[in-house]
Design a protein around this ligand. Structure first.
Ligand SMILES: [Zn+2]
Ligand SMILES: [Zn+2]
Length: 362
């Protein structure tokens, strides 16, 4: 089968690789119908994540059709059309049982690689995250298939369903973490795909105004189309503008959808958030963050909410919102390519402007 494989910094290739097989009774094999390149895949592409090996199959955002199931997957049968959560979760441990599926204790077979805390397994995202083959391929093995995949009704298209794997729940969980009340002003740093979903989710959850901060024109345009007020950080003093736009008080909640590539965002969010406000951090961080202003956060009585997305928990309620027509997640797609053009897709997405999301069809 064809798959997109990692070979090093800015070196991904379309390769012929063996098809996956069932390895446990709880596995299923999925024939991929649509997959996407995630902003976090760019960290792999840029060689920023350790523990990758040459030939690793990439991709954690995918959906498709079930072609084979193990003997302990009673919920699925051949032919079912499903979307698969990007994080791999057992469904049985304390964390899975309490909705914190991204913190699963049992899905990472490589705990020795992680220092300190062990992340849950994730498709196509290095050996630190379990070394699972990813979904930018014609077929994928799905572990814990009795717990993860969700069936999609015919009324919802592949392009509408795909982002339930990761970026829609991730943006939504960030907005949900803001405890939005009527009249609230939410500031979102980083208008990549997750930021775009955070903006739309904030409005869905009742925000009165959303301020979108980025410097990429196409991203700010997409945010503006959703009803947000754009701030280009390369042209204006963001802190000053935020104060002006909120009567000198600061936003009620701030979402850092930029992550570790821009830790100054976190400092700025803490500095500008109103007293008693909330900082939600869907952007991924690893290791210590320099000059983290904990004193300011304390004095202002801020609440910080962070962590990987419990995708399983949000898939169903968000599918319902899609079915009701409250949101059509395909708005974020800028490029549709065949799987064989995957390397070109990575290059386009890496260049940012004009490219918000690449989907690949095997
Ligand atoms: Zn992703
Ligand atoms: Zn678990």
């Amino acid at each position: 089968m064809k798959a997109i494989c990692w070979y090093g910094k800015r070196d991904v290739r379309v390769e012929d690789v063996p098809e996956p097989k069932l390895l446990t009774k709880r596995d299923a094999i999925l024939k991929t119908t649509l997959t996407a390149i995630c902003g976090s895949d760019l960290h792999l592409y840029r060689g920023e994540i350790p523990s990758m090996k040459e030939g690793d199959i990439l991709g954690h955002e995918f959906m498709g059709e079930i072609v084979e199931v193990g003997t302990e997957v009673p919920n699925l049968k051949k032919g079912d059309r499903v979307v698969v959560p990007c994080c791999i979760s057992c469904g049985n441990c304390f964390f899975c049982q309490n909705g914190m599926t991204a913190l699963c204790d049992n899905s990472n077979p490589n705990p020795q690689i992680a220092h300190g805390s062990v992340p849950a397994g994730m498709f196509g995202y290095s050996h630190l995250f379990g070394g699972y083959a990813g979904g930018q391929a014609q077929y994928v093995r799905v572990p814990f298939a009795d717990f993860g995949p969700m069936k999609i009704p015919d009324s919802v298209s592949d392009e509408q369903a795909l982002f339930l794997t990761d970026i829609f729940p991730t943006g939504y969980m960030a907005a949900e973490n803001c405890n939005i009340r009527p009249g609230d002003v939410i500031a979102v740093w980083g208008c990549g795909p997750v930021g775009q979903f955070a903006i739309r989710s904030a409005f869905l959850l009742g925000a009165e105004r959303v301020i979108a901060i980025d410097n990429v024109p196409s991203r700010l345009e997409l945010a503006t189309a959703a009803g947000a007020e754009p701030l280009d950080f390369s042209r204006t003093d963001v802190a000053e503008q935020l104060m002006q736009l909120t009567g000198g008080r600061g936003p009620d909640a701030c979402i850092d959808a930029a992550g570790i590539t821009a830790p100054d965002v976190l400092r700025q969010a803490i500095r500008t958030c109103r007293k008693g406000g909330i900082i939600a951090i869907p952007g991924a961080y690893a290791g210590p963050v320099d000059k983290f202003p904990l004193g300011t956060a304390f004095t202002k009585g801020l609440t910080l909410k962070t962590g990987p997305t419990n995708v399983h928990t949000w898939m169903k309620p968000l599918l319902e919102r899609i079915e009701k027509g409250e949101i059509d997640p395909s708005f974020v797609i800028s490029h549709r390519l065949p799987l064989g053009d995957g390397p070109k897709g990575y290059d386009l997405f890496d260049g940012r402007d004009g490219c918000t999301k690449v989907v690949l069809r095997p």
